[in-house]
Design a protein around this ligand. Structure first.
Ligand SMILES: [Zn+2]
Length: 263
């Protein structure tokens, strides 16, 4: 097996995609995998799903991949656009190693999400040598995706916790499921406006009829202490931190204190 075949396997690529070239630049500390597709391949139109559409042209793109040892790794590929005979659109095909519109491979995104559960986004950005805005875009995608699957139909008791990100400013409100317990909803702001937002979100996730009445009582339920251990840490929607800016150390501690109120 030659090195390009080896890396084709290592990257999990399948026909028609394969590694064509491997470039190593020790000065820059990076490895570039040039990936290509078999000439004459026809692709499925991403727009309408029509199969076997001819390639119209290609566009050069780059994705950051998992490091190989201490070296940053990138996949380079000329990604085909198909001119679809069925719908008439010219659309870039989806590549198997990344979701559309991102500059990271799926494995790299998985690593980013895992790291950001344990570290601040700024720390992860420094570790990986990328901007924190790029990381936030990845997190936003997966947080939205995960929240879309949340089921609040069994929620019967809700606790609301308000906390200030900075002393006297930038309130954030956290709605907890007091029975589970888990974080249901978090947003900037406080009082009536956020209760209304939460009521909408609760209903959007299958919260039952009459749930709004429960929501109206949440202020009184705020300091009720739920039983059982807290499992907040991994479920905290970290995009919140962007809404209030990169929180200073004091702010993070304040937010943590807010969580402790319900412990
Ligand atoms: Zn089409």
């Amino acid at each position: 097996m030659d090195s390009t075949s080896l890396f084709t396997v290592a990257l999990g690529l399948q026909t028609p995609w394969e590694v064509r070239d491997v470039g190593f630049d020790p000065q820059e500390g990076r490895i570039d995998f040039t990936v290509g597709f078999t000439r004459g391949t026809r692709f499925t139109c991403p727009h309408c799903g029509a199969e076997h559409q001819p390639v119209h042209d290609t566009q050069a793109r780059e994705w950051r991949h998992l490091n190989f040892f201490q070296f940053q790794a990138y996949i380079q590929a000329k990604v085909p656009r198909v001119r679809c005979g069925a719908c008439g659109k010219t659309t870039q095909v989806e590549v198997p190693w990344a979701r559309p519109g991102t500059g990271f491979t799926q494995l790299m995104e998985a690593l980013i999400v895992a790291l950001c559960r344990a570290m601040t986004v700024r720390q992860v950005a420094q570790l990986l040598g990328v901007s924190d805005m790029r990381l936030w875009r990845v997190l936003d995608h997966y947080v939205e995706q995960a929240r879309a699957q949340e089921d609040f139909s069994q929620v019967t008791a809700v606790g609301l916790d308000e906390t200030a990100a900075q002393r006297g400013h930038h309130y954030i409100s956290l709605f907890h499921d007091l029975e589970a317990p888990r974080l249901l909803f978090a947003t900037e702001g406080r009082k009536a406006e956020v209760v209304a937002q939460f009521a909408d979100d609760l209903e959007a996730h299958g919260g039952q009829q009459g749930e709004k009445q429960t929501v109206g009582e949440t202020h009184r339920a705020v300091r009720r202490r739920p039983r059982g251990p807290r499992r907040l840490r991994g479920e905290h929607p970290r995009r919140l931190h962007r809404h209030v800016g990169e929180l200073p150390q004091r702010g993070r501690r304040t937010a943590a204190v807010g969580e402790h109120h319900l412990r």
